[in-house]
Design a binder for this molecule. Sequence first.
Ligand code: PNS
Length: 166
Amino acid sequence: MPDGRVVVCPGSYDPVTNGHLDIIGRAARVFDRVIVGVVDVQVRKQAPMFEADERKAMLERSLDANGHDNVEVKVFSNLLVEFARENNAVAIVKGLRAISDFEYEFEMNQLNRKLAADIESVYIFASSEYSFIRSTGVKEMATFGGDVSDLVPPHVAEALAERARK
Ligand code: PNS
């Protein structure tokens, strides 16, 4: 993996969607190294559908298929800015879909900046074809037998269908 400017792309990735892969891929073109951080703490009201190791494996498989050689996936359970520091990251990169994301990200940005003013937050706008995709919506559709094959990689759609059958 090349040296240079490292950034972290954090998230729950429960599960990874084509929207996440779009943001990670675009970050990988702008920065030298991208560390995708899979959160292993419950940040949402609902417990994750997949264990952190499963989410990591799904990300790795998806990223392998996209041929990125400067992207690595790691699980973390500490503060995001600490995780960024441990990995010598200069920035946290996040995707923004709509105004509804803005308020939450604005708040997170202020909090993270207070904790670590030297770690910048960088936002990449979602491509229009992915601007409506959210893991929560994908899980809900898949749970009720909806077709999510346009929204997630094929192996993720299979894993969702498998969970739905259970
Ligand atoms: O995909 P998500 O669930 O929107 O992403 C969650 C994450 C990690 C990006 C969000 O919770 C965040 O920005 N957290 C920063 C605050 C922090 O350090 N929390 C501690 C555990 S992650």
